[in-house]
Design a protein around this ligand. Structure first.
Ligand code: NDP
Length: 317
């Protein structure tokens, strides 16, 4: 978690530090018997159940999987952007106006928003509630944002646009935080300094889904697709929650909410898996018996039906 001050998570009237909130989440989960394994997953196989996950040291088999790997804000990769003490990240530089915009450090100040998409327009408009002036710095002379979001920003007299311009560095001191940005006009090459006390990088997010590519349904950007009002994916037994499947709300509280949905969905999925008896026969929650060779299902009323896909297909023809 890179957010420091969390002001919009319910239950903390005075706000809470992001890392402290994570510690609380963990302690609460441990109280209910959750085991934590702190390792990187290097490879997954979702083609058959149980699913297989590889770490550098272990192979894990699981009947269900909840993917909650989140999304990462994209960064510019410029001097001054890194997390403090290496740069001003957390000390004037942010990638989330909703999280950080209301903080005292940004109130009644000059702020820069970098980007030209809907996120940049939304963040700039949101920041005008608190800032004295918001400068949107965009590398082209046209916005990528939807017309309605553009219009909202264009009609806001606290927002000023700086076109065809890159931010080449964020400058400041460790005592004061951010004091300005170095700008470079991409057409003329002209360089200038813009004084400001905060920089919001709003150039998009990347869902952390590279590990699952080619194995699960995703949209064009790489967000995992969930089915309707559930956390189910196209693979039965695999669920996704939080920012890895949500490019719209992206808040800790919405992620926690879909996390709860995923836990319920996974529990119901497990409840409906057949239970294996010592005889090799399996029984489902509906009371159906599956023969040890998996070829026949005997319903509670005694009807015997084939469990073979070809037979089911032939029947449906
Ligand atoms: P986008 O990819 O749409 O826009 C990213 C913006 O950042 C572009 O203007 C791009 O410039 C600029 N950019 C990218 N990389 C750099 C870089 N290295 N240096 C400088 N500028 C850069 O991302 P968004 O997060 O804005 O939107 C993602 C999706 O979420 C969209 O579908 C959007 O509609 C949706 N969304 C909807 C909202 C709403 O409806 N309320 C709110 C927020 C997002 P360029 O244009 O030159 O490529």
């Amino acid at each position: 978690m890179i957010t420091t001050d969390v002001e919009n998570y319910p239950g903390f009237s005075e706000g809470i530090q992001g890392p402290d909130l994570m510690v609380e989440f963990r302690k609460q989960a441990e109280r209910f018997g959750t085991e934590f394994l702190e390792e990187w997953i290097t490879q997954v196989d979702l083609q058959q159940r149980p699913f297989t996950l590889h770490t550098d040291h272990k192979i894990i088999k699981a009947e269900t999987l909840i993917i909650a790997s989140g999304a990462s804000a994209k960064w510019l990769g410029i001097p001054g952007e890194a997390k403090t003490p290496h740069g001003f990240g957390g000390n004037g530089v942010s990638a989330c106006a909703t999280c950080d915009g209301p903080l005292p450090a940004f109130r009644n100040k000059h702020l820069v928003v970098v980007g030209g998409g809907d996120t940049a327009m939304e963040e700039a408009t949101f920041l005008t509630r608190y800032a004295k002036r918001v400068f949107v710095v965009h590398r082209r002379d046209k916005l990528r944002a939807s017309k309605i979001m553009q219009d909202k920003a264009f009609h806001n007299d606290k927002i000023e646009f700086i076109w065809n311009t890159d931010v080449s560095a964020i400058i400041g001191t460790h005592e004061q935080g951010v004091t300005g940005v170095d700008l470079r006009n991409v057409e003329s090459g002209a360089e200038s300094v813009l004084n400001c006390e905060g920089v919001f990088v709003a150039i998009g997010h990347k869902p952390n889904t590279d590990l699952f590519k080619g194995q699960i349904e995703m949209d064009a950007v790489g967000y995992i697709i969930t089915n309707g009002h559930s956390t189910g994916t196209n693979i039965p037994g695999v669920f996704a929650c939080g920012d890895v499947q949500d490019s719209v709300y992206r808040q800790a509280v919405t992620a926690a909410g879909t996390g709860c949905m995923a836990a319920i969905d996974a529990e119901r999925f497990l409840d409906h898996l057949p239970i294996e008896l010592p005889s090799g026969e399996e029984v489902t929650i509906e009371g159906e018996h599956i023969t040890p060779d998996h070829k026949l299902i005997i319903t509670p009323s005694g009807e015997v039906i084939s469990n073979e896909p070809e037979a089911a297909f032939a029947e449906g023809e």
